[in-house]
Write a protein that binds this ligand. Structure first.
Ligand code: TXA
Ligand code: MG
Length: 331
């Protein structure tokens, strides 16, 4: 039976009872639980098969609620003012008083916080009234859902009270994660729905990349710097294998094309016939889902320009193409 619903009040009540609720955000669908409850948050890890070492993003309704959870340096406040509500996650030191489950934090002294802009997410957060921990609503390592049906058809559905419908996610890629240390230096922990260039414009300085941050800090200092511990090499993966930077498909492959110069008369889909990276980002997971469902062994993917949102698209494609843990790759 379908669990898709539009009953926000019922969803807020389910969260209060410690149950799991799937809700739409502008990036991808989230698998939400009461972030203050160890018992509720544990259900997220069990349902996804998620490693306990991978902390969760905490969702709140506005920047004021975020400020109650983390100590935001001035540069973080400027990002919040520019991009919240929206697809930005800020990682910063947790306040002593933040009532967030230690399980959701994976024991870290920092917290990842975000204010989603999707109206259904906003209504749910206001109806619930507290922080909601939510990873993407997929089995760990698989494609993130950008439509309610993706979740309804997945084994995750049996673990949730209901799936709030919010149509297709407009951004289609997870939030950009920016981490701040005590000095206020900003590191790009995960490229995502806001291009790094846009964030750098507001910061007035280049974002550090995790490798550079460790190099600058030296080997010992590096451990103190924020990292996104859940960024496994194999992630966001369809069942089919991916072959990247392909000019055209080989016989038997499906083609995920990009741009106006893509070969015609080949089986597959074009992420954006006009070559628009925002459109390509919005279509990426949905099109991978569709091509995967054809049962094909390999999806060939056209090269995507590595600028703007292309950085996040290429990050997800590389992880989706990486050797899977069950195929002798890394865990
Ligand atoms: O767009 C999004 O961010 C979606 C929607 C549902 O909001 N959520 C999402 O969550 O992508 P998830 O769990 O798939 O990815 C969360 C990422 C992981 O890479 C995790 O390691 C990182 O955030 N993270 C969480 N807390 C952190 C912390 N304290 N420091 C560094 N990274 C953290
Ligand atoms: Mg995820």
């Amino acid at each position: 039976m379908s669990k898709i619903s539009s009953d926000i009040k019922a969803a807020a009540e389910a969260l209060r009872r410690g149950e799991l609720v799937v809700f739409p955000t502008e990036t991808v669908y989230g698998l939400g639980a009461d972030a203050t409850s160890d018992a509720a948050v544990s259900k997220i890890y069990a349902a996804k098969g998620r490693p306990a070492t991978n902390p969760l993003i905490i969702h709140v309704a506005d920047a004021k609620q975020a400020e109650a959870l983390i100590e935001m340096p001035e540069a973080a406040r400027r990002l919040a003012a520019a991009f919240w509500p929206g697809p930005l996650t800020i990682v910063a030191p947790a306040r002593q008083s933040a009532p967030i489950s230690a399980i959701a934090r994976a024991g870290l002294p920092t917290l990842a916080v975000r204010v989603p802009s999707h109206p259904v997410a906003q209504e749910l957060l206001r109806a619930f009234g507290g922080p909601v921990a939510a990873p993407s609503a997929n089995i760990s390592g698989r494609l993130s859902p950008t439509e309610a049906e993706h979740v309804d058809e997945s084994p995750l559905a049996e673990h949730v009270a209901l799936i709030l419908d919010g149509a297709e996610c407009e951004v289609g890629l997870e939030s950009t994660i920016v981490g701040f240390d005590e000095t206020g230096a900003a590191t790009l922990l995960r490229p995502g729905g806001i291009a790094a260039e846009e964030i750098e414009k507001v910061l007035g300085a280049p974002l550090l990349r995790p490798q550079e941050a460790s190099r600058e800090a030296g080997a010992n200092e590096a451990e103190k710097r924020p990292t996104a511990p859940g960024q496994l090499r194999s992630h966001y993966a369809p069942r089919a294998k991916l072959r990247l930077n392909a000019a055209h498909p080989e016989p038997g492959e499906m083609f995920l094309a990009f741009g106006p110069d893509a070969p015609h008369d080949v089986p597959g889909l074009n992420l954006s016939p006009s070559g628009d990276l925002a459109e390509a980002a919005a279509n990426l997971y949905a099109y991978l889902h569709i091509l995967d469902e054809t049962g094909v062994d390999t999806i060939a993917v056209a090269p995507i320009p590595n600028e703007g949102l292309g950085e996040a698209i290429n990050d997800r494609l590389r992880r989706a193409a990486a050797p899977r843990p069950d195929e002798g790759g890394e865990g």
